[in-house]
Design a binder for this molecule. Structure first.
Ligand SMILES: [Zn+2]
Length: 267
């Protein structure tokens, strides 16, 4: 009898534990924070509602340059049950300053190229906003190709005092033709053979607006609306688009906020 009660208490404890996950007290810039709380029915992040799954899963991103704490408010039936402030830990980004470079004579892009870039950017901008109710993102992410890390998230070059845009993913140098696999389960939302900047490019949505992007690929083996499984081959490493050598550019974002892919595969 006592054992039965003890077991019952144990299982209640286990199920509570499984359904609520404490929020971290502090997070690194560039983090994707995945949490769960089955007991609440609404989550407000920085004053705005974010998606909450039936099982209580929610996710938010910490941008590269975020400094101010993140505020998370949990509600049940419109009543606030908790508000937490999450502190931000600064990342030490690689900044490369090069001065005294001869001013380059930049050949202006031709009109049709400019039009092409504008059209492609518009599509990518729209795809970034895809935001489904799937929760594939709760499963751990894996590295999409084997190779040498040749570019890290957040790095930036300042040439003759002019800031170039920071690197928004992880570059993995590998031989042309090496397999590229899906970092997690998801649905293909973009599969293009030849974009101007990123060449062979794939975007996968993993639910709640979380996406991965794969660029410069020599081969694209999937099409839009395909359902892909983690570790499924989606294409091959290449050097298409504006690229100086075979590598995979792997990016992860939540809607418009890019995060550091390396942080997703560390634990
Ligand atoms: Zn890159």
């Amino acid at each position: 009898m006592i054992l039965k009660i003890k077991l019952a208490i144990f299982f209640v404890f286990i199920s509570l534990f499984a359904q609520a996950q404490d929020l971290p007290q502090e997070v690194l810039q560039g983090s994707l924070v995945i949490s769960q709380d089955i007991k609440v029915d609404q989550i407000i992040k920085d004053g705005e509602n974010i998606k909450l799954s039936k099982e209580g899963h929610f996710v938010f991103a910490v941008g590269r340059d975020r400094i101010e704490p993140i505020s998370i408010t949990k509600l049940v039936n419109n009543v606030v049950v908790s508000t937490e402030e999450i502190k931000i830990i600064k990342q030490d980004y690689e900044i490369q300053r090069i001065d005294g470079l001869p001013e380059q004579m930049v050949t202006p892009l031709e009109d049709d190229i400019i039009e092409r870039i504008i059209a492609e950017n518009k599509v990518i901008k729209e795809k970034k906003l895809v935001n489904t109710d799937h929760t594939f993102f709760i499963s751990n992410f894996i590295i999409p190709t084997e190779g040498i890390i040749s570019g890290v998230f957040g790095s930036q070059r300042i040439l003759n005092g002019k800031e170039k845009s920071p690197h928004r993913g992880l570059d993995i140098a590998a031989a042309e033709g090496e397999p590229v696999i899906a970092t997690n389960d998801g649905i293909i939302i973009l599969a293009e053979e030849d974009l101007y900047y990123t060449g062979g490019t794939i975007m996968i949505e993993h639910g709640h607006g979380v996406k991965s992007i794969y660029a410069h690929m020599s081969r694209v083996d999937v099409k839009v609306d395909d359902v892909v499984f983690k570790s499924q081959r989606i294409g091959s490493v290449g050097s298409t688009g504006r690229s100086t050598g075979p590598h995979l550019h792997w990016g992860v974002m939540l809607l418009n906020t890019y995060v550091d892919p390396a942080l997703l595969i560390k634990s």
